[in-house]
Design a protein around this ligand. Structure first.
Ligand code: ZN
Length: 233
């Protein structure tokens, strides 16, 4: 039985839901984010607000919530040229991947997370990667994550579990999961304080939260919200 977890908590809807799930499951939970010069750096602010809200509004979870870590991963901006780290328009590339794909990003994040978990004595990594609302990111695939779990466990000679609770959920099911975990209170925290928009827009408020409303991340979040609310397409 595992008792401790490190949650990759970027400040978005998915990772906030994963954090709530981890707080439900594990007595000791720490959080981690990466600063890699992302255009939507506002998410780094958002996550601090989400942590404060969880501490203040969920007394059963608050004592379980331990240290928060932010690691510098700006090296990603040096090795890749993508719409997440450069001021270029978001579009689909010829290979079928959006130019928001940062090659190796999740591989690097999970590897750094594993190293941090090793030092902190945390047994499980929790990440909100998802194959269902698949943006086509190959490093979010179940096979990729399972392979990495094996590689990291071998390479660090310590059994490490990578828990991916959202892997087979769509965005509507993720909203439903948040409601099941923390009721309307948690849904409210996620709507108001998490950040998803790739463009870092915090000036337009929709019923599903803040964002430009038209980038792929906003569209996915809005569509999931509508499907969860209305059961529509
Ligand atoms: Zn947006």
């Amino acid at each position: 039985m595992h008792t401790s977890a490190l949650v990759l908590f970027s400040g978005g809807q998915d990772s906030a839901t994963c954090l709530a799930l981890a707080l439900e499951r594990y007595p000791r939970v720490e959080t981690l984010a990466f600063d890699y010069g992302q255009r939507h750096r506002v998410e780094l602010q958002a996550r601090i607000e989400v942590l404060a809200q969880l501490r203040a509004r969920f007394p059963a979870w608050a004592p379980r919530l331990g240290a928060d870590h932010v690691l510098d991963a700006s090296v990603l901006g040096q090795v890749s040229d993508t719409a997440l780290t450069r001021d270029t328009a978001i579009r689909m590339e010829a290979g079928g991947l959006p130019n928001t794909f940062v090659p190796g990003r999740n591989l690097l994040f999970l590897t750094l997370a594993a190293a941090l978990a090793y030092r902190r004595g945390l047994e499980v990594l929790v990440t909100g990667v998802c194959e269902t609302d698949f943006s086509g990111y190959p490093d979010c695939r179940d096979d990729t994550v399972k392979a990495l779990q094996v590689a990291l466990s071998l390479g660090m000679d310590r059994r490490l579990v990578i828990d991916t609770p959202l892997m087979w959920l769509d965005k509507a099911a993720t909203w439903a999961l948040a409601e099941r975990l923390g009721g309307a209170e948690l849904v409210d925290v996620i709507v108001e304080h998490t950040h998803t928009c790739y463009l870092g827009d915090r000036s337009h408020r929709h019923d599903w939260g803040w964002g430009c409303g038209s980038c792929p991340a906003c569209e996915l979040r809005a569509r999931g919200w509508r499907r969860w609310k209305d059961g529509g397409p």
